[in-house]
Design a protein around this ligand. Structure first.
Ligand code: SF4
Length: 137
């Protein structure tokens, strides 16, 4: 994650005309495509929400979408903390739900006994203890 102080240097929109993010109405939906995959999307969105910036596309969201978020969550006092924690929670959930890696196939053949193990099993066989067929051979 990029530190808060320098997040703008990593922004997708750092080059090009900045005005393209400050368009009106339906053009904002197209404008926000520049935010797709932006590595500092969380920081950008948090700034816009924390500072209640009303105009332009920030963090991949239009003005209207941010207004909806602010209205839905009036309890959030620090969007930076809220969004970072939400992102961390999603990462933890993704790791927890990741499938456990298992070997591609179980061993098809029993591991052959070496001479030392065969010798150790021999007295047990003479005392009547059962010896697995695979090991007795
Ligand atoms: S999220 Fe969008 S507006 Fe914000 S820094 Fe990235 S590209 Fe720019």
């Amino acid at each position: 994650m990029v530190a808060m102080g320098d997040w703008r240097v990593s922004a997708n929109c750092r080059n090009g005309d900045p005005d393209r993010l400050f368009v009106r109405g339906a053009k904002q939906r197209a404008a926000r495509s520049v935010c797709r995959g932006c590595p500092v999307l969380t920081q950008c969105l948090a700034k816009a929400l924390d500072e209640k910036i009303e105009f332009g596309v920030w963090g991949g969201m239009t003005e209207r979408e941010r207004r909806v978020m602010l209205k839905r969550r009036p309890d959030v006092t620090c969007w930076q903390t809220f969004l970072v924690n939400a992102a961390a929670a999603r990462e933890v959930a993704a790791v927890a739900e990741a499938p456990v890696e298992v070997p591609a196939a179980p061993l098809a053949q029993p591991i052959p006994l070496g001479p030392v193990r065969k010798a150790r099993l021999a007295p047990a066989a003479s005392q009547g203890a059962p010896v697995p067929a695979a090991e007795a051979a």
